[in-house]
Ligand binder design. Structure first.
Ligand code: ADP
Length: 587
């Protein structure tokens, strides 16, 4: 680059110098020649004046030769020629050997008009001469021409001298110019190189400014302009990056799945939540057609509707087969820049409404369950009351039995209402607990005693394994007894005659775990989670027959959780169940 620049500058400089030299040479030669000719002519003219004043004696050849010799002293050549062109005398040559001169232009001119001059090559002397001739009319004779001539060689010498000097000066100038242009090109190309490196650096994302330039030329202006551009680029990129990071962070931390679909139904962008909801892999979906990526036809339909209709579309999709989740879909079209064009694409937001739908279902089920639970005893009571009124009252055999049934069902209704009230109070957070340090034996022993009566009736053994050294627990005694009693009642209820029931307690990690184990019918795996739900029963008829409400475990779970503990079950069908609950030990 530097070399190229140097040569470019060098050649320009050389061409310029040559042009100037040629012009100077041409002009100098012209001026010199003109000056010299002018001076020569003036000299020859004065010689002619002298010749006129003292003309030669043409009759006497000796006098003529003397005159010629005298004239020669002026430094000019003198010649006398007759009208016929015959040379009578010449200062530089023997007239005898000289040719006829009648054809010489200055001589013809002199005979014609009295005076003539010319600049030409002398055949006699074989060199360039300036001639000046005059006509001289000697008294009583035919006219002759006296001619003076000066050589031109001096001009050529002077020109050669000037040329030599010019050449030397040009050489010095050339060396000086070369050195200057080398220095200049070196500095210039170094600066250009710096600018080039700077632009590469900026392109690579490094926006550090160029150090300031001292010069005040266009290159320095360019450097300043580039610096300014880089600074603006830097700040623009910074703010864009900041905005992008902010949006990325927001999108990443969003619980909602967000995706952008373009007008050709390609998935342009989606956040992590979207990928997780639809079980997709980022690398495999971005830029791909929606139809290849998304399996949920409802979702595709909603997006299409938004793209085609240009309006926000609300919909719902279910995702997953084993654990189905529900999502509310909002597909909003993104309008194109110009108002009339079709939408640029659509933004889809998936909002998880699984819990909402679950709660709705639970509420619906609950209302249905409550109605159902109330309906059976109420129908029975109504039926038996009408039977009694219809005449059975007098039936000595059955009337007591019917009234007993009515009483049992009304007791069941009362239990149901009690349980429902308890449950709603707990769920509303209105139940108050009085926590106290309680020895575990105080909790377990009375409950086991209470159950023993029923257990004996069913030939079940009830055992209690309660190590004495256990620390007291932090509990509301009456409420926790309600829990344990419920577990024991269930154990008795769901264990066939001859079985065993055992209550144990242990302490682990500052928590007491009480376990009620039975050798009963067990609970199927799929129901184990659900038996803690309200009204959920594995065998509804059997439970009802035994007077159960289906609310016991739901209440128990709430009470244990209010203690800061947990209630859970392990069970194998046909072998028995283990119900555990944990409560914290007292500080
Ligand atoms: P219920 O009043 O019907 O006993 P619970 O809430 O106490 O209601 O129990 C819910 C269901 O859990 C019962 O209907 C029964 O199917 C099942 N269950 C509870 N305890 C046991 C157990 N020890 N063995 C087998 N099944 C049980």
């Amino acid at each position: 680059m530097r070399v190229r620049l140097f040569w470019k500058l060098g050649f320009t400089y050389l061409a310029l110098l040559l042009a100037v030299l040629l012009a100077v040479d041409f002009y100098a030669a012209r001026v010199l020649r003109q000056d010299y000719l002018h001076a020569a002519e003036e000299r020859l003219d004065s010689l002619a004046q002298i010749a006129r004043a003292r003309p030669p004696d043409l009759n006497d050849p000796a006098a003529l030769n003397a005159w010629i010799s005298w004239m020669k002293q002026s430094g000019a050549r003198a010649t006398v020629i007759t009208a016929e062109g015959v040379v009578l005398a010449d200062s530089d040559h023997d007239p005898e050997t000289m040719e006829n001169h009648s054809d010489r232009p200055e001589i013809r001119q002199a005979f014609a008009v009295g005076e003539g001059s010319s600049v030409r090559h002398s055949h006699t002397l074989d060199r360039d001469l300036v001639y000046h001739a005059i006509r001289y009319l000697p008294p009583g004779k035919t006219p002759v021409v006296i001619r003076f001539a000066l050589p031109l060689a001096h001009i050529n010498d002077a020109l050669a001298e000037i040329r030599r000097e010019l050449l030397v000066a040009s050489l010095i100038l050339l060396i000086l110019g070369g050195a200057i242009s080398l220095l200049f090109s070196r500095r210039f190309s170094a600066r250009v190189k710096r600018l080039k490196e700077f632009t590469h650096r900026v392109a690579a994302g490094n926006f550090d400014p160029l150090p300031g330039e001292n010069s005040r030329d266009e290159l320095a202006d360019l450097a300043r302009a580039l610096n300014e551009t880089a600074q603006r680029l830097d700040s623009t990129i910074r703010s864009l990056t900041h905005e992008r990071n902010q949006s990325a962070t927001i999108l990443r931390s969003m619980m909602e799945g967000v995706a952008v679909i373009d007008s050709r139904e390609r998935l342009n962008f989606c956040n992590q939540a979207f990928l997780e909801v639809l079980e997709l892999v980022k690398e495999k979906v971005e830029g791909r057609p929606l139809i290849e990526v998304v399996r949920q036809s409802d979702l595709i339909a909603a997006i299409r509707k938004a793209l085609e209709g240009g309006e926000v579309v609300q919909s719902e999709v279910a995702v997953g087969t084993v654990r189905q989740r529900n999502f509310a879909v909002t597909a909003a079209p993104v309008p194109a820049q110009s108002g009339t064009a079709p939408p640029f694409g659509a933004v889809v937001v998936l909002h998880d409404i699984t819990e909402l739908r679950r709660l709705e279902r639970i509420r619906r089920d609950f209302v249905a369950n409550v109605s159902h639970e109330f309906k059976t005893p109420l129908t029975a009571i109504q039926g038996f009351a009408e039977t009694l009124l219809g005449g059975a009252l007098e039936d000595e055999v059955n009337n007591r039995r019917f009234v007993t049934i009515i009483r049992d069902h009304s007791q069941r209704l009362a239990r149901l209402t009690d349980d429902l009230l308890t449950l709603s109070r707990i769920e509303a957070g209105k139940m108050e607990f009085e926590f106290q340090p309680i020895p575990i034996a105080d909790l377990v022993a009375p409950c086991v005693e209470t159950s023993r009566l029923q257990a004996d009736a069913k030939q079940l053994s009830v055992e209690m394994d309660n190590p004495l050294d256990l620390p007291p627990i932090r509990a509301d005694l009456s409420r926790l007894r309600q829990v344990l009693q419920n577990l024991l009642d269930n154990a008795v209820q769901y264990t066939p005659p001859g079985g065993h029931i055992r209550v144990t307690a242990e302490v682990k990690d500052q928590r007491a775990i009480v376990t009620v184990a039975d050798t009963g019918i067990g609970i199927p795996q799929s129901d184990q989670e659900r038996i803690f739900e309200r009204f959920y029963r594995v065998d509804a008829a059997r439970s009802r027959e035994a007077g159960g409400t289906g609310l016991g475990l739901a209440i128990a779970k709430h009470i244990v959780e209010a203690h800061g503990g947990r209630l859970w079950v392990e069970s194998t069908i046909g072998q028995g169940s283990l119900f555990h609950f944990s409560v914290p030990v007292a500080d």
